[in-house]
Design a protein around this ligand. Structure first.
Ligand SMILES: [Zn+2]
Length: 456
């Protein structure tokens, strides 16, 4: 029995927006047909004209920071994700207690997530200097791959790898047939750079120069070339690493790379004095650099865009002092809209947005069952109005803390509904804000309630 059939003038199928109907049964896409196809279903939903039905977004770079902190947490992170059109997140292995460097720690994380999640959650395992013997057990226990740092992570429980340790980890991970995500900044370059002081953003920028990324990406590419390990560079911020990545890819090195909405949205010139909510590691660089990142997305040098949502206790962002502020940007709920806003201005379409923020992140984290709309795949879907515009109020986001550089920024696009495994996100939950669309038996072919009041 088909539970839902969703009909829209614009459904993203095989890279094209076409009129279609999508039938959902048992959590999967069971039917794909013409707009008016005969598809008897319990609930027959017609999306209004401009709204596009997309595969839900997949965000493979989220610091949920749970358990052990009140920086975010699974309940708020996943609710924010659902509100942003994201049906799958993958949690980073640090800034929680424990850090995810053993199978036992993974079980603690899974227990913290259990029963608290509005979307599907996966986990990256961590590689630190002394846990190579844990990696097989972590892989066996279901991590999607591994993450390491080449420079200080800021967390004493998650030390970075030396180049020798990195090489050993790459060999081990190749043996496991897994993937290594790398925070690529060079400790030597960072150590040789001036420490950030005060509220001026230029001081923060000077403390993490382009050369830190160039040096580290060089090491990653060389080691990947030598070991054959599949490797992924997280949060590329510097356009100076792009030629290295392009050359490695042309040579067939198994390297992919991501950038983040904040690097594609903001420029260093716009960061106000004391604007520590913009502090990220690596940093937001200037507007010329930002356009290099956009060109690299267009030509495939950069593969995908994920949030690197990295919130913290607001007190670590409140001082306005870049010398002491936590380096992380909070944006999970806003990623697709932020990127869409900038993408439209540069002539890109929804198909590209979906490829960068759904299909490729799903592939990166080993989810062949999502990231596209096709029969047999998971019914992770998003009703997205590409033309709506709204001004972000950080206090209205579902993140735990109302600190974000997007506060007051006007963004394009609106997420009207997210389906997670065929179930409308929020349906059945008791909170009054959570009910989104509850199709009644007396109204089987209702129009979409296109009202902010019922929005997430
Ligand atoms: Zn991160």
């Amino acid at each position: 029995m088909i539970q839902y059939v969703l009909r829209a003038d614009r459904v993203l199928v095989d890279g094209h927006l076409v009129p279609a109907s999508v039938g959902i049964s048992g959590g999967h896409i069971a039917f794909l047909g013409d707009l008016d196809a005969d598809c008897p279903a319990v609930h027959d939903v017609r999306l209004p004209g401009p709204v596009a039905l997309l595969p839900a977004f997949v965000d493979t770079h989220v610091h949920v920071n749970d358990p052990g902190t009140d920086w975010e947490g699974f309940a708020t992170a996943t609710t924010a994700a659902a509100a942003g059109g994201i049906a799958t997140i993958v949690d980073m292995p640090l800034d929680s207690d424990p850090v995810t460097t053993s199978a036992a720690a993974l079980r603690v994380k899974e227990a913290a997530a259990e029963g608290n999640c509005a979307v599907s959650v996966g986990f990256w395992g961590g590689v630190v200097p002394d846990n190579l013997d844990q990696l097989a057990a972590l892989a066996q226990a279901g991590v999607r791959g591994f993450k390491c740092f080449l420079a200080d992570s800021g967390n004493p429980n998650f030390p970075h790898l030396t180049p020798e340790q990195f090489r050993a980890a790459m060999v081990r991970i190749a043996e496991l047939g897994s993937l290594l995500l790398v925070h690529a900044e060079s400790p030597a370059v960072l150590d040789a750079s001036p420490r950030p002081v005060g509220g001026g953003y230029r001081s923060f920028l000077a403390s993490r120069p382009d050369a830190a990324e160039e040096d580290a990406v060089g090491l990653v590419v060389d080691t990947a070339r030598e070991t054959g390990t599949r490797v992924h560079i997280v949060h590329v911020s510097s356009g100076r690493v792009l030629p290295l990545l392009a050359a490695a890819k042309a040579d067939g090195v198994a390297v992919t790379a991501e950038t983040c909405p904040h690097y594609l949205t903001f420029g260093a010139e716009e960061v106000p004095d004391g604007g520590t909510e913009f502090a990220a590691c690596p940093p937001i660089r200037d507007g010329v650099n930002r356009e290099l990142l956009w060109a690299a997305l267009a030509d495939g040098t950069l593969d995908l865009v994920v949030s690197d949502h990295s919130p913290c206790d607001p007190q670590y962002k409140a001082s306005g002092d870049f010398g002491s502020a936590f380096g992380g940007v909070s944006s999970l709920q806003l990623g697709p809209r932020a990127v869409w806003t900038q993408a439209v201005a540069r002539g890109f379409g929804i198909a590209e947005l979906s490829r960068w923020m759904s299909e490729r992140p799903a592939a990166l984290a080993g989810y062949p069952d999502r990231g596209r709309i096709a029969v047999g795949l998971r019914a992770d879907l998003c009703a997205f109005d590409p033309d709506a515009e709204d001004t972000v109020r950080a206090s209205e986001l579902r993140h735990r803390h109302p600190v974000s550089p997007y506060d007051g920024v006007r963004l394009r696009g609106s997420v009207l509904q997210t389906w997670v495994g065929g179930v409308p996100a929020g349906l059945g939950q008791s909170t009054s804000k959570a009910g989104i669309y509850a199709p009644g038996p007396d109204n089987p072919r209702s129009h979409w309630p296109l009202s902010k009041a019922i929005g997430l």
